[in-house]
Design a protein around this ligand. Structure first.
Ligand SMILES: Cc1cc2nc3c(=O)[nH]c(=O)nc-3n(C[C@H](O)[C@H](O)[C@H](O)COP(=O)(O)O)c2cc1C
Ligand code: SF4
Length: 467
């Protein structure tokens, strides 16, 4: 028998320890988070390039008019602040005094601090907490405390939390309302795998969360401060031994993938339909994101194309050296590309199949693409509006030189473009479709049989039963 959950005190009221994970771009918004809060849980508005609306209530397309990246970056920050403020206000109204509303930002998004400051200044009293992952958000605690909201760092190891706590968070201990443990192998979206972990060997979350609790205790954080388990959570009955377990302390659960398929979920219908067709193994943990982080998404033609592009890759030297004794005669201009004999033959074959252009990567390799693909890559790089603090794809960086100092990497892609597109009705096969590794369960879970799409309230009620 599933022992069931007890409400917790959060943001000054009793709520279910159930969190809707924040999802950018526009995969959680006021509709989903407001409904989640109204159902008694903690909803999360994504403050990552959120949508604003015109006077008719239509989404304002985020069009960039400025000529330089730096100026477009400023436009982006303004869009981001205006959008998130609008979303928070609407979510708060929909919640009608129940549950709680959090906001989510990515630390590695361009202008993260300014966006967070800007949103919190204009949403006083409406936001309970800020969840923040991707990178090491040392400044999160200070910004949250300054605006008198709580903060919930998202980490994937006890080690990461220890570093954050020691350097910054212990100074704002009162505002820490929970720590989110996000499974770096299984959760949807960006994943916090470190070099110490093997992407091919998923680890059991239990000992890792136990270690996180021990680290929190060392810092003097009480066991009543919940750890929010995120990633691969589907039926709570499968997590029964985590609940009321003195070893782990207070536990809450965060859902990212399951709430994608609700009536109020803002993602387009085609994306919802596709979720119901996924099989085990259809979600791929990969490293193509321009952030440099691992991430998990459906292995659709978009992702397969990136996999194949990376396979059409050869190393080169600027002069004849070692095995590199053969001058490349396809895909490049000039004579300073020396490759192995095997790679020369492979390159000629790709050329014969239409991959006639070789593009340099920052790792002294070349990838072969079609001329059409090259045009798209170059255009996307030129259109960059600096949405990340460091972008491997365009080499934009939010620093004095506005450059990472590395060559732009054609093996990656513009994540801003593709996430905006898929969230607003673009093709689900040719865009990045983030999803958790448990997404195949939609097809198996009887709750969704005959294409049933629940309301958020129905989903929360169902989750509370253990299913
Ligand atoms: C489409 C999608 C977008 C996401 N975007 C974000 C994001 O912008 N920020 C963030 O902290 N987490 C993001 N996540 C992670 C979720 O908030 C959540 O932690 C995760 O999905 C939980 O694992 P699950 O997918 O197994 O439910 C995203 C997840 C998905 C599926
Ligand atoms: S190229 Fe990179 S930084 Fe520029 S908009 Fe695209 S993802 Fe963002």
């Amino acid at each position: 028998m599933f022992k069931g959950l007890q409400p917790i005190l959060y943001g000054g009221r009793e709520v279910w320890p159930l969190v809707e994970g924040g999802k950018g771009v526009s995969a959680t918004n006021h509709m989903s988070s407001g409904a989640w809060a109204a159902a008694g849980g903690i909803g999360t508005v994504s403050a990552v390039n959120a949508d604003s609306y015109d006077h008719e209530g239509k989404i304002i397309p985020q069009i960039y008019r400025a000529l330089t990246r730096r100026e477009r970056h400023e436009e982006l920050i303004q869009y981001a602040i205006d959008g998130a403020v609008e979303q928070v206000k609407r979510a708060y109204d929909l919640a009608s005094g129940k549950g709680a509303i959090n906001i989510n930002v990515l630390w590695e998004m361009g202008g993260a601090q300014r966006v967070l400051q800007g949103v919190l200044e204009r949403t006083r009293g409406l936001v309970s907490g800020v969840t923040c992952g991707a990178g090491m958000p040392y400044k999160l605690s200070e910004i949250a405390a300054e605006h008198q909201v709580s903060y919930l760092p998202i980490v994937s190891s006890a080690r990461a939390f220890r570093a954050l706590w020691k350097r910054a968070y212990h100074k704002a201990a009162d505002w820490l309302s929970a720590v989110v443990y996000e499974d770096p192998w299984k959760a949807g979206g960006h994943n916090g795998l470190s070099n110490a972990e093997d992407p091919l060997k998923p680890e059991d979350p239990y000992p890792r969360v136990k270690a996180l609790r021990e680290t929190m205790r060392e810092g003097g954080i009480p066991d009543t401060t919940p750890i929010v388990m995120a990633g691969n959570v589907w039926f709570l009955r499968e997590w029964d031994d985590w609940i009321d377990n003195p070893e782990l302390g207070a536990i809450a659960f965060q859902f990212g993938t399951r709430p994608l398929l609700t009536q109020e979920s803002p993602i387009p219908d085609a994306w919802k339909q596709r979720l119901m067709t996924l099989n085990e193994g259809d979600v791929l943990l990969h490293r193509f994101s321009p952030t440099g982080f691992y991430s998990s998404a459906v292995r659709n033609p978009f992702l397969r194309n990136l996999e194949e592009r990376s396979e059409r890759q050869i190393a080169f030297s600027g002069e004849a050296a070692g095995d590199h004794q053969f001058q490349l005669d396809v895909g490049v201009k000039g004579k300073s590309f020396w490759v192995t004999r095997g790679d020369l033959l492979r390159a000629r074959e790709w050329y014969g199949h239409g991959f006639t252009v070789a593009l340099k990567t920052p790792d002294n390799t070349l990838v072969f693409v079609t001329p059409e693909e090259m045009k798209v890559i170059r255009k996307d790089q030129a259109d960059c509006m600096g949405c990340l603090s460091q972008c491997g794809f365009s080499s934009w960086a939010d620093n004095d030189t506005n450059s990472t100092g590395r060559l732009a990497d054609p093996r990656s892609f513009c994540i801003q473009k593709t996430l905006q597109d898929i969230a607003h009705g673009g093709d689900v096969e040719h865009n990045l479709m983030f999803a958790g590794h448990a997404a195949y369960r939609f097809k198996q879970d009887p709750f969704y049989s005959n294409g049933f799409v629940p309301t958020v309230k129905q989903l929360v009620d169902r989750i509370l039963t253990g299913d």
